[in-house]
Design a protein around this ligand. Structure first.
Ligand SMILES: *Cc1c(COP(=O)(O)O)cnc(C)c1O
Length: 404
């Protein structure tokens, strides 16, 4: 272990950070695989991985070396030039996703901004003056103005009126509501949904993934773009590269970020089918888009997911974790939903406090979303032993919380 350079924080000064986050008063100074360490060396099992970001675990040595090597060679030149690592990353991402055109962004919200722009332009090309996009209740698409407007959560939107227009909201999983919207609004051009709602509580539609197949059919019927937000579900999280790969369909527009850079901030908006060619020269851009460093990270992450069999592992170990939770909590009123390493445990009451209990008493990092859903997002390459370690920390934490 190399010496750690600690941040030179001036403890007697204000932090000067804008207080937008509800932070836990703990910090980690290093990580390794599935574990995080505080300055005094205390070890925590990380079942959150930076919110579904560090799919390969912390400080992966091969990724760290690729980053270091590229940083010492060339970080960024801009898109005024050819960027070979960007092309290599796009080729690899196209290969694993089945998508055709790729634009690299710097975050999930920006990827969705790209998708929203594609839908608008797609409408414009058909002479539709006010193109509309169908979005779902309880969805989360980001914090920029357009993406918070698309998000189905009043708390995210409050205080930021006027919202961006052009979104029509339907209940998640409700096909009739989509058909109804189609009748009422002739200017719909796209549907944007998450295959599994992450922030919304790890939910699929009630009918499961067949919902995606029905949406694909409806989009084909109406000549709409099917746009999937796989910012959280992508890059192996659910045991496939992308969650739609649990079905036979493919979207026209696909967005991702989070696990794509394993902690390096990079995302992508991708097109195939109806989405191809909509954005042309001059229609979109970003100074940082697909920098040499970011692109090499993407390339290396995708290569490592394959080399380490991370998808199969996520599916198998994720199922093991779900089975264990179901078995060990069968006396309790909990609902467990698992898709690879994206696991939700719905408790019979609000459980925000469980985050502190798990952290302080069991040295386990978890997340709670939608009030009463414990969300686990462990590394995709977690071993069986680490999964047992997770279960041994998690189950007593949940039991003690529910019995209190
Ligand atoms: C996290 C998330 C986003 C936003 O990504 P940022 O990188 O935070 O902008 C968008 N959509 C989904 C489904 C997400 O989980």
């Amino acid at each position: 272990m190399n010496n750690i350079t600690l941040a030179p924080v001036q403890a007697d000064q204000p932090s000067h950070l804008m207080p937008v986050f509800g932070r836990q008063s703990i910090s980690f100074v290093r990580g390794r695989g599935a574990y995080l360490y505080t300055e005094d060396g205390t070890e925590y099992l990380d079942a959150l991985t930076g919110i579904a970001v560090c799919g390969l675990g912390h400080a992966h040595p091969v990724l760290a070396e690729a980053i270091a090597e590229q940083a010492m060679t060339l970080i960024h030149t801009s898109n005024l030039f050819e960027v070979p690592w960007q092309t290599a990353a796009a080729q690899k991402l196209a290969q694993v996703s089945g998508m055709e055109e790729i634009f690299f962004s710097n975050s999930g919200a920006e990827s969705n901004e790209g998708a929203i722009k594609i839908a608008r332009k797609y409408g414009y090309q058909q002479g539709i003056a006010t193109p509309k996009i169908i979005v779902a209740d309880k969805s989360f698409h980001g914090r920029t103005l357009a993406t918070l407007s698309a998000t189905g959560n009043k708390k995210v939107q409050e205080g930021f009126a006027p919202l961006v227009e052009g979104f029509i909201r339907v209940p998640f999983g409700d096909l009739e509501a989509i058909e109804e919207a189609a009748l009422q609004h002739p200017d719909i051009v796209a549907i944007l949904i998450e295959p599994i709602q992450g922030e919304g509580g790890v939910n699929t539609a009630a009918q499961g993934f067949s919902y995606l197949e029905d949406i694909r059919r409806i989009c084909n019927q109406h000549n709409w773009l099917m746009m999937l937000d796989e910012v959280q579900t992508g890059n192996g999280r659910t045991g496939k590269y992308f969650a739609y790969q649990h079905t036979n369909i493919i979207p026209d527009v696909l967005t991702t970020a989070k696990g794509l850079g394993n902690g390096f901030p990079i995302g992508a908006v991708m097109t195939q089918g109806r989405g191809v060619g909509v954005l042309a020269a001059g229609n979109h851009g970003s100074t940082y888009s697909g920098s040499a460093l970011g692109s090499r990270v993407v390339y290396t992450v995708l290569e490592l997911l394959e080399k380490e069999n991370a998808l199969e592992n996520a599916a198998q170990i994720g199922q093991y974790i779900v089975d264990q939770i179901r078995e060990q909590l069968k006396e309790y009123q909990v609902k467990v939903r698992g898709f690879g390493m994206m696991i939700g445990i719905e408790l019979p009451k609000d459980c925000g406090k469980l985050v502190n209990i798990a952290r302080d008493e069991y040295k386990l990092i978890i997340n709670v979303t939608a009030g009463s859903v414990v969300r686990l997002l462990p590394p995709l390459n977690m071993t069986q032993e680490q999964a047992d370690d997770l279960i041994q920390r998690l189950i007593p934490a949940i039991k003690s919380f529910l019995e209190a």
